[in-house]
Design a protein around this ligand. Structure first.
Ligand SMILES: NC(=O)c1ccc[n+]([C@@H]2O[C@H](COP(=O)([O-])OP(=O)(O)OC[C@H]3O[C@@H](n4cnc5c(N)ncnc54)[C@H](O)[C@@H]3O)[C@@H](O)[C@H]2O)c1
Length: 349
């Protein structure tokens, strides 16, 4: 092996290929191989001249890698990650870390017991503007966080639902999209301890939800509301405002508002709102655009690979650990449970 860290990409579909492109942007790592049983992936591997294996078992038998990125379907995340852990190979698992909390707990426990790094692909935490927002919150610029508001509205085209599983429970915006927003709010505002939720499928009429409204209580006392829908025509979602993925058209709106006793912050605008002089609704209030730190102006997928490399080398703990992936999934399951039961779901983290 050369000095670069050799990373295997398991699952060369939509996001797997974006990881491959991201690795190209990081000096210290290289794509060692693609692991994916599909003919399409085999052809793609040939096209970009990368070794190909049909399974992780085959790859571990015939090759040596420093780490694996699992961009496989959710249903096989745990099985695949356990195989990496059995080979003592650090593994970054795309979100959700598992299809359900019980399986995620087994995986996290296995990684802890083996002492093998397990990371979750909640790449938004690696975004420079989230790093800046977290610093502003931690250094007290906002005062105490009182309330948080998140909007996640977009319109998935009708033909998105031509694939059967996308109309079934588990494939809706709560499990697919809200999981990212919840992970960010946990990262910025701390543990979530109770949840109430309503879901609706009134517009599309499928058995999966198209819309949900969620109430959150954070351990520090802050409250939160998130409203998500994949059937609203609107510019207010992380997807359409954060410019992370060129596949989405960009709008110049914000989608999160974080309210504190001293100031509030809109994201991804990263605009800090404060009264001039006395903290009073009678005093003028103005917004200051905050700059992302120059070192953090990196594509979050690239920053995530850089961090994975540092974890593999033993230089840093994971920014988004397996435990984080588990806790975020726990909240998502609680949202589903709260919506189904109409009850408040309390969590002990
Ligand atoms: N972080 C993000 O923003 C983000 C975005 C999209 C998808 N994802 C997640 O990434 C994962 C993959 O999603 P996708 O949209 O790229 O799916 P996809 O269907 O486009 O690709 C999945 C690939 O995995 C391959 N595969 C299936 N079983 C395999 C196995 N056992 N071993 C190796 N490869 C196998 C398939 O052949 C396919 O090429 C999902 O968990 C999804 O939730 C995350």
């Amino acid at each position: 092996m050369n000095d670069k860290l050799h990373i295997a990409i398991a699952g060369a579909g939509l996001i797997g290929r974006r990881h491959i492109e991201a690795i190209d942007g990081v000096e210290a790592v290289m794509v060692a191989c693609i692991v994916d049983p599909s003919q399409d992936a085999q052809g793609y591997a040939k096209q970009i001249d990368i070794p190909w294996f049909p399974s992780l078992t085959e790859m571990f038998t015939r090759s040596e890698v420093h780490g694996v990125i699992l961009a496989t379907p959710n249903q096989v995340h745990v099985e695949n990650a356990l195989e990496c852990i059995a080979h003592r190979c650090p593994v970054l698992v795309e979100k959700p870390i598992a299809s359900n909390v019980a399986d995620a707990e087994i995986l996290v426990q296995a990684a802890q017991t083996a002492g093998v790094p397990l990371l979750t692909g909640h790449h938004r935490r690696h975004n420079g503007l989230i790093k800046k927002a977290k610093r502003l919150i931690e250094d007290g610029t906002l005062g105490s966080i009182v309330s948080v508001q998140g909007t996640c509205w977009f319109h998935k085209p009708d033909d998105y639902f031509d694939v059967d599983w996308r109309r079934e429970p588990g494939a809706g915006p709560v499990f697919i999209n809200l999981i990212h927003d919840i992970d960010l709010l946990r990262h910025l505002c701390g543990d979530i301890v109770s949840i109430q939720a309503l879901e609706s499928s009134a517009v599309r009429g499928y058995s999966v939800e198209d819309t949900a409204a969620v109430l959150l209580r954070f351990r520090n006392g802050a409250l939160g509301t998130i409203n998500i829908s994949d059937t609203v025509v609107a510019p207010w979602s992380w997807e359409l405002t954060a410019s992370e993925n060129p596949a989405y058209p960009e709008t110049s709106e914000s989608c999160y508002m974080i309210g504190g006793t001293r100031a509030s912050l809109s994201l991804p605008h990263l605009t800090l709102w404060q009264h001039e002089g006395q903290r009073s609704w009678w005093s003028p209030i103005s917004g200051t655009k905050i700059a992302v730190d120059p070192d953090d102006k990196v594509d979050p997928l690239i920053a995530q690979i850089q961090q994975f490399a540092a974890v593999i080398r033993g230089e840093q703990p994971p920014l988004v650990s397996g435990e984080d992936g588990l806790e975020t999934l726990r909240i998502i399951e609680a949202v589903k449970q709260a919506a189904l039961s109409g009850e408040t779901v309390k969590l002990e983290t």
